[in-house]
Design a binder for this molecule. Structure first.
Ligand SMILES: O=P(O)(O)OC[C@H]1O[C@](O)(CO)[C@@H](O)[C@@H]1O
Length: 244
């Protein structure tokens, strides 16, 4: 695991954008696994600017997102579909037909999860997966206790995750209680991983990732068994002072 420490959220975001930018430049037909949430928010700004400034050809890039709330989709402002369009897809020249998220509004969710796994296989697997982490160590929406051999599935959200994500909704009751999420095996099958964490609230999860035992009780610890993980954390998440 390669660990890069950044002074603050902004520095983490810049370093992460640079990392993904280089990955795209090195492999113009890259399949990127993308994530949503507060953590990658500013990284997408920097990445979009850099791709546009340098007129990078994105016509062969494909993207697959980690997760989506059950019941939400395009047109719902809190959906991850909406997030991705607002934060990234609408700002860059990536063909929209190359961008994919699980369909939280699918009539048959089981079939949707199977189709999503198949889609990833058909794309030749994910070259670089971007990951954030929940305070309880969830990656994607894989909550503590999720089996390590899980593939894309319908998952229930813990009260902590619902509380944490309620900041994006008007009322906590509006937060969906289920999501479609790539599984932990799906994530482990990716060729490389870029993991980001910012802020004191993520300190325990980062500590478990860097120093803890691998356990299904803290899903992020599975990444210790992946051979190509780059971690970029800010000093608040790392729990130490890092000179800029
Ligand atoms: O970056 P945030 O908003 O703290 O979210 C943490 C994690 O939670 C998820 O959004 C799922 O809840 C992940 O995709 C994300 O990495």
């Amino acid at each position: 695991m390669k660990v890069i420490k950044a002074n603050d959220y902004d520095a983490m975001s810049k370093k992460a954008a640079e990392f993904i930018y280089e990955a795209i430049k090195n492999k113009p037909d890259i399949t990127l696994g993308l994530a949503t949430g507060s953590t990658p928010h500013r990284m997408y700004d920097y990445l979009a600017d850099k791709l546009n400034e340098n007129k990078i050809d994105l016509s062969k890039v494909h993207t697959v997102n980690l997760d989506e709330y059950v019941g939400l989709g395009e047109g719902d402002p809190q959906s991850y579909h909406h997030f991705m369009h607002e934060e990234f897809f609408d700002k860059v020249d990536i063909p929209l037909e190359n961008t994919h998220l699980p369909n939280g509004k699918a009539g048959d969710l089981e079939t949707e999860t199977e189709n999503y796994e198949q889609l990833i296989k058909d794309l030749g697997g994910i070259d670089l997966q971007l990951l954030g982490v929940g305070r309880n160590g969830h990656i994607g929406f894989n909550e503590p206790g999720t089996p390590f051999d899980s593939t894309t599935q319908v998952v229930g959200l813990t009260d902590l995750t619902i509380q944490d994500n309620s900041r994006f909704f008007e009322r906590v009751e509006d937060v969906p209680t289920e999501a479609l999420s790539m599984g932990l095996k799906t994530i482990m099958d990716t060729k490389s991983i870029l993991f980001l964490a910012s802020g004191e609230g993520k300190r325990d999860a980062v500590d478990a990732l860097l120093n803890g035992e691998v356990t299904e009780e803290i899903p992020v610890t599975i990444l210790r068994n992946h051979e190509d993980v780059t971690v970029i954390v800010d000093k608040a998440a790392a729990g130490e002072y890092i000179p800029s």
